[in-house]
Design a protein around this ligand. Structure first.
Ligand code: NOJ
Length: 772
């Protein structure tokens, strides 16, 4: 292999340095010692011109068909020239060994220093073998399964030449109108934090071998709090919400060693995140001592002009670089203006050095200086992508992600013999929608449909009728953009099938591409004519199992009242149909729990379990005595609360006990609860622990999830589950603007959802200082 001299020098300098005192750990947070990789990065930095340094801070989208002729004019030609000059540190949206290798070859062989490129892509929930959307996976509450899913995604993506994923998204999301709730882990900071850690570990592994990638915690910060749930909209939140709700998952990701952060499109306190010094330097790089680098979001640097924060791209580049945004994704601001800004004294060269050191450090950690083609192995690409064991892995997490919302008449599990089943809904026969919004290496029509999944069970008579299309209109990027609100021509066939059936399984909801970035909704109903279809079928046969497939909580009040069984099946990826059929037929007893509250109607949104009490809580129901925090027309309570999820067996909670009444710093209290399987089947239950801080220097939520454990129980079996409460458990960002535990009284709750009423009390006391 032909490497440039720089690669050799850098590798050698690293080897020499091995004998020095540098640490070889891959730490991105909290390490004071200069790591071996930083020393290696410095050895390269010394050789670089200002232009080359700034080039490392520049990231371009794939701009030309690499196997074709080099671009001759326009933007592509300019970018090509930049590539050949060594002014491109990273590229995104290029995949496949052939293309990655071709571009890497230019960087390594044609530029003066031959510094390898880092290739990023949005590998969010799988590459070719697609896992459930992240919100669905969060519903599994199963960290091993979530980690495994990230490992599968990493292995396939790495085999296709990629070395960096823009995941996990760790934005705490309270507003189901926002299309990107599908990409995160829901509304709770604690659940988001533990899932962030599982995903980071899954993507990155113990070390960057050729099966793992660098990960990226995004979007830093506050993006999910877009007003009215409209993507890219203004964010206006308190410092209290920022620190207590939004930042904890980012901090957890940083502590887990996530390689990079991505900033975000939104403003915070009137300052766009990309130009936000408080977020990027004060909190992330200084307070948290984060040593990885920060990439901007797509064009977010340039968007500071539209925000009205920068007067032009040059000004935006100055603001972003000074605020600690290390890499510019596709704005061309840094590559065009940063050198001039340094020469004019507006950006200190030391800031450029710091950013480049962070970027080069990751390239060293990934092993790209040792072998720029480490991720480019055609044979591995062929052998790895789409492996059978990966299909098994995503099937496993898909089953675990399904949530049984309701099962009143025990229609589920379906009997395996002698039943006439009508399967209705366009989404039941859709092999693309389950792939969700991010489908990097997966072709359309490659998921197992519900129809195919159910056809595996041959003991029943299965009749399929579409009923109505979900999506209609023109096809853009492979899918129909609009929702069908008019065409009911298939209703008659569906009604007829329902009339003949013992049980009707209706698969309704959102198409996978009606969720995700830029896909916010102002209604949360089952879209289009599907609700009407449901009601029409219900008139002729109320024995309905409703299977919802969607990327966000839906407001399904009518169904909750009228349909006996409801299964939340999200967008479950490649193996979707098998997972759903196995749950419907009881070959997997559902164990998922909602990671986000389901509202009764859109007017309740944002609705989340960890809300404040307010000064006038009332009983949360419409009353004639109006001066309470309530609605005239709907209860305050959700349709289905956070943490809710049933099983084909039943569980009973009792005997909540505390090991003491109080504890002080250094001590703890053990809370325990008995969980009994009171039904007839083996089952798994996620036992959840919440606390409430009754009086504090700033108001605290009525409940906060602090721990959970999944237990498997045989019929009649009881297990005692315990949870330790210590100072860390009760800490929060206080009126003193620090994380601290305040003495006082607390409640602790245990149960199968956030609505649990089983509670106990304890105190946290401060020890008096000992007299000398
Ligand atoms: C914009 C999205 O907000 C971000 O999450 C994504 O990683 C980039 N585009 C790159 O595709």
């Amino acid at each position: 292999m032909k490497f440039k001299l720089i690669t050799y020098i850098a590798a050698i300098s690293g080897m020499i340095l091995l004998g020095c005192s540098g640490t070889k750990s891959r730490s991105t947070s909290g390490t004071a010692a200069i790591s071996l990789y930083e020393r290696k990065a410095d050895s390269v930095l010394k050789l670089m011109t200002l232009e080359e340094k700034v080039g490392q801070m520049n990231q371009y989208n794939g701009f030309w068909e690499v196997t074709g002729p080099a671009p001759k004019d326009g933007d592509a030609a300019k970018k090509y020239e930049h590539l050949r000059k060594g002014w491109v540190g990273s590229m995104l949206n290029v995949k496949g060994v052939k293309d990655v290798r071709a571009l890497q070859k230019i960087a390594v062989e044609q530029t003066r220093l031959g510094i390898p490129i880092i290739f990023g892509y949005d590998v969010i929930h799988g590459y070719k073998t697609v896992s459930p959307i992240p919100l669905a996976e969060a519903a599994s509450w199963d960290m091993d399964a979530i980690k495994k899913s990230a490992e599968i995604a990493a292995a396939e993506a790495a085999a296709s030449g990629l070395n960096w994923t823009f995941a996990p998204m760790v934005d705490v999301s309270r507003d189901a109108r926002w299309g990107r709730v599908m990409e995160g882990a829901g509304e709770d900071p604690y659940l988001n934090s533990v899932i962030a850690v599982a995903r980071v570990k899954g993507f990155q592994g113990e070390k960057y071998d050729e099966f793992h990638l660098a990960a990226c915690a995004k979007h830093f910060a506050g993006y999910s709090f877009a007003e009215a749930g409209r993507d890219y909209n203004t964010v206006d939140i308190s410092d209290n919400t920022l620190h207590n709700i939004i930042l904890p998952p980012f901090k957890a990701a940083a502590e887990a060693g996530v390689a990079t952060f991505m900033n975000s499109f939104n403003e915070l306190e009137g300052i766009p995140a990309t130009g936000n010094h408080y977020l990027q330097r004060d909190i992330l790089k200084n307070r948290w001592n984060y040593q990885g680098f920060v990439v901007s979001d797509w064009g977010s640097l340039g968007e500071m002009v539209a925000h009205g924060y920068a007067k032009d791209l040059k000004h935006a580049s100055e603001l972003a670089a000074n605020a600690g945004s290390d890499m510019d994704m596709e704005s061309s601001g840094y590559v065009e203006h940063l050198c001039a800004l340094v020469r004019e004294g507006k950006v200190a060269e030391s800031k450029i050095d710091e950013a480049v050191r962070r970027i080069l450090k990751l390239k060293f950690e990934l092993g790209l200086f040792d072998d720029p083609y480490k991720y480019c192995n055609e044979e591995r690409e062929k052998q790895t992508i789409g492996k059978k064991e990966f299909l098994d892995g995503v099937l496993d997490v898909a089953k675990k992600s399904i949530v049984l919302l309701k099962n009143d008449k025990q229609l589920l599990p379906l009997k395996k013999q002698g039943q006439k089943i009508a399967l209705i809904g366009a989404l039941a026969n859709d092999k693309t929608s389950p792939l969700g919004n991010w489908r990097i290496g997966a072709d359309d029509n490659t998921a197992v449909s519900v129809l195919e999944g159910m056809q595996q069970y041959k003991g029943n008579t299965l009749t399929y009728a579409k009923g109505a299309d979900v999506a209609t209109g023109k096809t853009v990027m492979g899918f129909k953009t609009h929702v069908n609100v008019t065409d009911k021509s298939g209703f008659a066939e569906a009604i007829n099938a329902a009339k003949q059936a013992d049980v009707v399984v209706m698969v309704l909801g959102e198409h996978g591409l009606h969720t995700g970035e830029g896909r916010s909704r102002s209604e949360l109903t089952i879209p289009g004519v599907q609700q009407e279809l449901l009601e029409a079928v219900h008139k002729v046969n109320p024995n309905i199992v409703l299977v919802l497939t969607n990327g966000r909580p839906l407001a399904i009040s009518w169904a909750a009242e009228n349909v006996p069984s409801i299964v939340e099946a999200w967008h479950l990826g490649t193996q979707s149909g098998h997972a759903i059929a196995q749950v419907l037929y009881g070959d997997y007893n559902p164990s998922g729990k909602l990671p986000m509250t389901f509202p009764r109607n859109v007017g309740q949104v944002p609705i989340y379990y960890n809300h404040k009490n307010t000064g006038r809580p009332g009983d949360g129901q419409p009353t004639e005595s109006v001066f309470w925090s309530q609605y005239n027309d709907v209860d305050n309570s959700p349709l289905y609360p956070f943490g809710h999820g049933l099983s084909y067996t039943t569980f009973e909670y009792s005997n909540l006990k505390l090991s003491g009444n109080s504890f002080a710093e250094g001590g703890n209290i053990i809370v325990s609860v008995d969980v009994k399987n009171t039904g007839k089947l083996d089952g798994k239950e996620v036992v959840q622990f919440y606390i409430r801080d009754l009086v504090a220097s700033v108001t605290r939520p009525v409940k906060e999830l602090k721990g959970f454990e999944m237990v498997s129980l045989k019929p009649g079996e009881t297990k005692t589950v315990s949870f330790s409460i210590n100072k860390k458990t009760i800490e929060f960002y206080s009126a003193n603007k620090i994380w601290e535990a305040e003495p006082g009284e607390f409640k602790v709750f245990a149960g199968g959802s956030s609505a649990t009423k089983l509670e106990g009390n304890f105190k946290y006391t401060v020890q008096q200082p000992q007299r000398p």
